[in-house]
Design a protein. Sequence first.
Length: 432
Amino acid sequence: VLDQDDMNALTLFGVGGGEDGVIRGRDEIWLDIEREIGRRYRYTLSLYNRNSATSSKKDVRDSQAMYTPLLRRICQRSGIRIVAKHYKMGKKCVCGGGGGTGGGLAACHPIAPTDILDILPLVKHAASVSGESFVPCSFDGNTAGSSTSLHVLLSDAKTVYEFGHANLSNGNAGNVAVTLDCAQEAAAMYQRVLDSPIHPQISKCLKLTAVAHYHKEEPELAVAAAAKYLAVSISLHGFDSAEVLNAHLTMADILLGSGKIPEGVKHLRAAQFLMEFMAGKNYSGISSTYYRMGSHYYDAGKLEDALQFYKVAAARRSEDRMFDCLIARNSAGVLARLGQFKAAFDHEKKAYQLYVTFLGDEHNATKACSNTLIQLMKLAVEQEKKSKIQEKERVKENAADAVADQIRADEEAEEAQPTKRKKKQSKKKNKK
């Protein structure tokens, strides 16, 4: 355990707080971040931002920043390892004392110096290009994680990859074959120079190879390439990264397109978890993922599970209002198959209103929704009539059962009275 002197030795004093030693607060830091992003990128923060609501007394600020994913990104980009535990983020914090004395370091909250396990050295990727970052450097004699050729551009491999990627969009069988050859050739060129398959450009080549095999209707080879793409992405960026999310979605698309529904849904669930884990519950792609899973459960005949997925999809944020129409219509279809016509009518009515608002009355989708709405209304009315008739019959049956029970109780009471009289007479005889 580190004592106060050890922590003071690991601390840089007189930095980050100005000449007077005043430590800047969270609000000041967030203001600097928002100002710098707005100045450099002409962009206003939407996810990592704060909502300002002025009142008569003071300015109330509710932070919308997702601190856990942000902390993980900072640790991964900086090579910092911290203790795995629950940190109370977004609340009150203590950042240590100022003035160059080192006082208050032990009271740092929620992250203290003792929570830092290790700081890993980082090295730039070999043959790096724009957008690629750092990876931990290996000191065990294994050069697979890095290369001494730090400034290899590999323009030929990049050209081959881009040529193959351009041919994939045409959709012709011959062009898909060219795409496959280019992707494999580019991956081989990268690997010969780098002496390692763990590189972002190689992962892109593997993804392109998987997609090309899938378009050539070679599902087994496509799944094998997609699995390699997923493994390389995890090795490069960790399990919780945007690249791994795309790898899971690619694997899910290939498996679902090949008819392997359970395996595909498994990767789709993994992608849904990563979306919520990294971007929060308000991420716009979560709704469509839940909708896809609900559709696959619907096709498999698991209507109750499909309905639950549709409910979650409707409750999540979606940037496309037409997507809300699809969720409402599919929910209505599931409820209709379950025999809940009144609830199905309500969902279909919601979809119809959205179609009218965005597409107009004369659109084919609006007309089809209107016809379905009429059918569901008729079925709901018939079901309501039947339920009322059944309820009346149930009331009559209950009344008849009550009368029968009363008659049975009266008969039992009458049968019990003669036995009591006989007992009394026998008692009188014994007394005489």
